[in-house]
Design a protein around this ligand. Structure first.
Ligand code: BG6
Length: 507
């Protein structure tokens, strides 16, 4: 059953299974995956017959692994403090498996361990393999899992599914190669390409907001929308991931995946149903309609930036090239702003402005739909201009939706002032939404891939960005501009909008 159709979180039937995390001693496991599994368990959403196996290269015992996860969960879980009675039971189902990713003996031993777990916890042979490892290991791990009988045929009564972390590929050709490598071992129905933005409640709500309300759809097009701004700002830097960032950069880390998901959901046509296929078909059409970027766009409508030392919240912040594991002469980007167009009937001529960056003043992800000005005959005399209406969808934090409208200030002189109508999830529903990883791991256990990226989506997105990446490879040094940590990015990004008589919103 589709996650958007179900009536309640607990209403779907769930199979017993074992989740095996590859890269279990990494940052993602501690910060996101372990807290997600813990919260799913605490809320009664994991199957009663369940086990977790951490697969990694470092030497450690089950007890050490459990203790480390306990510490991480206590620090990073959205619900605190740790529920000790629940944890004491839950940890009994957690195991550690030491092996190198290329070691056949490690996979043979893993198969034996999983069989024993099936016997002890009645997990019935069902498996999720979560690949939270450097992308270069994806094909090898999948090949070994297949070789040692850990991937079943899709028609087997038991199931095996593989969750693949991003980035899925490095550009169009490497993504195609990765896809063809894994296709030899995995069916598309067993492949779950994760983009955790799709697991965010507010991202899922985009579809509900657009297609369960009649008032917005008639305005959602080139006739009424002046432009759209999508912002993914983070105050954190690269968070100790120097090696990763030096390889990938911001465009591959955030824009090619998370931002393209937001863009597709905002711009897509209504799907014919809520099935995974129907929704993903419409998202792909948006990516297919992106106007290819030309050399002149690379020059004038894409800004590539890197942060230099500054202050965030009054505290000094290092520049990118001073960060650990980063070359002092690195030319890698930590900020991207760009203008793009979707050449279809709905969005003809409407610019979409995207910006994303590390070490900006605050963490905020927002989609702002800026509407065209009202005719200027009544309230815009003497050159006075009213603010445009803006519908701002706040993805995080303070999840919510606000609408900016113009209003008369009480009193005889009638000045006009923009005001905000505000809806906030937290205050309205009295709870903060679950973490994206909870939703996605749960959907994978249920076998629902709606909120995962399909191979053609990933391919289209890479097709769009690869010419830009190649241009940067040739011209990267020249095209890189700096911005002070704690600022809203390079001045060139402001100038790009100013040329078109627009300005970035202050989210
Ligand atoms: C990850 C990126 O995919 O998303 C990180 O690799 C980024 O660089 C993170 O910080 C942002 O996720 P969220 O959920 O905090 O917006």
């Amino acid at each position: 059953m589709n996650p958007l159709e179900e009536s309640g979180r607990g209403s779907r039937c769930i199979d017993p299974c074992v989740v095996v995390i590859f890269g279990a001693t990494g940052d993602l496991t501690g910060r996101r995956l372990a807290p997600a599994l813990y919260n799913l368990g605490r809320e009664g959403l994991l199957p009663p017959n369940f086990a977790l196996v951490g697969f990694a290269r470092r030497e450690k015992s089950d007890t050490q692994f459990r203790d480390e996860l306990k510490k991480d969960i206590s620090t990073y879980s959205r619900v605190k403090p740790l529920d000790i009675p629940f944890w004491n039971n839950f940890q009994e189902q957690i195991f550690y498996h030491r092996s190198n990713f290329d070691d056949d003996a490690g996979y043979i031993a893993l198969a034996g361990k999983l069989k024993a777990i099936d016997g002890r916890y009645a997990t019935r042979g069902n498996r999720i393999f979560y690949l939270s490892v450097q992308p270069k290991y994806f094909p090898m791990i999948i090949e070994k899992l297949d070789q040692f009988g850990l991937i079943y045929s899709p028609s087997d009564t038991r199931w095996s599914r593989v969750i693949i972390e991003k980035p899925f590929g490095h550009d169009a050709s490497s993504a195609a190669k990765l896809q063809s490598d894994i296709r030899k071992h995995l069916d598309e129905t067993q492949t779950y390409r994760i983009d955790h933005y799709l697991g965010k409640e507010t991202v899922q709500n985009l579809l509900v907001f657009r297609f369960a309300n009649s008032i917005f759809e008639s305005l959602w097009n080139y006739r009424h929308v002046d432009h759209v701004q999508i912002t993914v700002a983070e105050d954190i830097g690269i968070a100790g991931r120097g090696h990763f960032f030096e390889e990938e950069g911001l465009l591959r880390d955030v824009v090619q995946n998370h931002m393209m998901q937001l863009l597709s959901l905002v711009a897509m046509e209504p799907p014919v149903s809520l099935s995974a296929g129907a929704i993903r078909d419409e998202k792909v059409k948006v990516l297919q309609s992106l106007r290819p970027l030309q050399e002149s766009d690379f020059e004038h409508h894409v800004i590539r930036g890197q942060y230099v030392p500054g202050f965030i919240d009054g505290k000094p912040a290092l520049g990118y090239t001073q960060e650990k594991d980063v070359s002092p002469t690195s030319k890698m980007e930590t900020y991207v702003a760009m203008r793009l167009f979707i050449d279809n009937w709905r969005w003809a001529g409407v610019p979409f402005y995207l910006r994303a960056g590390k070490r900006l003043p605050k963490r905020v992800t927002e989609i702002a739909v800026v509407f065209k000005d009202a005719p200027g005959v009544l309230f815009q005399k003497n050159g006075q201009k009213n603010d445009p209406n803006v519908l701002a969808i706040r993805i995080q934090p303070d999840e919510g939706i606000s609408m900016k409208i113009n209003c008369k200030v009480p009193g005889p002189s009638s000045p006009i002032q923009p005001v905000k109508m505000d809806f906030r999830y937290g205050s309205y529903f009295g709870q903060s939404p679950p973490e994206a990883y909870e939703r996605l791991i749960w959907d994978c256990i249920l076998g629902d891939s709606t909120l995962f990226a399909r191979s053609d989506e990933v391919a289209k997105s890479w097709e769009f960005f690869t010419p830009l990446l190649q241009f940067w490879e040739r011209q990267g040094e020249i095209k890189l501009v700096s911005y002070v940590a704690g600022s809203w990015g390079p001045l060139a990004a402001d100038a790009m909008l100013a040329q078109e008589q627009k300005a970035w919103r202050m989210p």
